[in-house]
Write a protein that binds this ligand. Structure first.
Ligand SMILES: *Cc1c(COP(=O)(O)O)cnc(C)c1O
Length: 383
């Protein structure tokens, strides 16, 4: 029986425990598995780094929700990214990535991979002609796309980029963390690999770190599976279980995140303290039409550019009461951050530097009236 997204989120990889009938499968909090004689593995399980039933449960539901045939979960989003790069890069490889990707992704390639002889080029991924020119200039191993981008919420055309990347022989990777598979399905649009920080919307409750890769190609899956086992940045059973628990409510959460973010964005537009509002759900956003085609909803993330510059941005970020000042995003609780000194401090001085008047909001699922009132009172207090 093929079922819809919401049903698969609750049931795939999550069959009840056959021994006790427990509706929720247990957490297999174990490092190793007894063998019935040497090499006699029960259900194939041997040692926790190679496989664990709780991790398998997470990987099964992730593959289902992204429409992939293979999923691999890791200890963090960056561990997932690094494991993918280990599987596909070698000295002389070239990575082309968006010039506003997650700062840690840029740092990983720029500071960890470049010293091993990997070339890194950044480009505005929402400008297809610019991407064509960069890809034509030299052989490209990986085209790394993040949409919506962080923190300026630029929208890039996944289907068009997949075809540009494939024409050039590149592996096309999409970081789908901001959207989540509920509202955006990069594999169906032609991408080869989806990357997640499951720390964010998939986990959804700011209580666990994790990352994932989802893909189709069996040969690449074999390589990634070997790296997952051979390098060992795997997700622990408890973290995998918490992520699965979060995934069950992904759809209802992201619907509410999106509604609340739309209301907050509309309330901020026109406020004298706010010079710009970056939210793809606003018809004034340059990526609005593309987002409406490519995404089911516009998501829960938005950024505000303060008219009063850096000082005003710092004041705003410290003046909200429900929105808590913290890094990260995608949890049920609303968070606010100042990228220049927080999430994006590592990219200061690079082409990814974020304007210093930007404040980023992860709009949670509290009462929309409370959230709008909080943001407006904080903007009112900005001098
Ligand atoms: C947080 C984040 C990452 C990194 O994930 P971690 O779980 O923090 O390692 C990668 N990409 C995006 C878009 C993120 O927001």
């Amino acid at each position: 029986m093929t079922s819809s997204f919401e049903t698969r989120a609750i049931h795939d990889g999550q069959a009840f425990d056959p021994t006790t009938g427990a509706v929720v499968p247990p957490i297999y909090q174990t490092s190793t598995f007894v063998q019935d004689g040497i090499g006699g593995f029960r259900s194939g399980y041997e040692y926790g780094r190679s496989a664990n039933p709780t991790r398998d449960s997470l990987q099964t539901v992730l593959a289902s929700l992204e429409g992939g045939s293979h999923a691999f979960s890791f200890a963090s989003g960056l561990a997932a990214e690094d494991s993918l790069l280990r599987a596909v890069l070698s000295p002389g490889s070239r990575v082309v990535m968006g010039n506003d990707v997650y700062g840690g992704t840029h740092r990983l390639v720029n500071r960890v991979w470049r010293p091993w002889g990997v070339d890194l080029v950044t480009v505005d991924m929402s400008d297809l002609d610019a991407v064509r020119a960069v890809v034509a200039a030299a052989p490209t191993t990986v085209l790394w796309v993040e949409t919506p981008s962080n923190p300026l919420m630029k929208i890039s055309d996944i289907a068009a980029l997949a075809s540009i990347g494939h024409d050039a022989g590149a592996l096309v990777v999409v970081d789908n963390t901001f959207a989540s598979p509920y509202i955006q399905q990069p594999l169906a649009l032609g991408a080869d690999v989806v990357v997640h920080s499951t720390t964010k919307y998939l986990g959804g409750h700011s209580d666990t770190l994790g990352g994932a890769l989802v893909l189709q190609d069996a040969e690449l899956a074999e390589k990634v599976g070997f790296i997952q086992f051979g390098v060992g940045a795997v997700s622990a059973p408890m973290e995998a279980w918490l992520t699965v628990r979060g995934i069950k409510t992904l759809g209802v959460r992201v619907d509410r995140h999106s509604e609340n973010a739309q209301a907050v964005a509309e309330a901020v537009v026109g406020h004298p303290a706010a010079a710009q509002v970056f939210y793809p759900g606003l018809s004034s956003h340059p990526g609005h039409e593309l987002a409406a085609r490519q995404m089911k909803r516009f998501g829960g993330m938005l950024s505000v550019g303060l008219a009063g510059g850096a000082a005003a941005a710092r004041q705003f970020a410290e003046a909200t009461e429900i929105f808590q000042l913290a890094e990260s995003l995608g949890g049920v609780e609303s968070l606010i951050g100042y990228p220049t000194a927080m999430t994006h401090a590592s990219v200061i001085g690079t082409e990814l530097e974020v304007p210093d008047n930007i404040v980023r909001l992860s709009v949670g699922i509290e009462s929309v009236d409370d959230l709008v009132a909080d943001v407006v009172q904080a903007l009112d207090r900005v001098q």
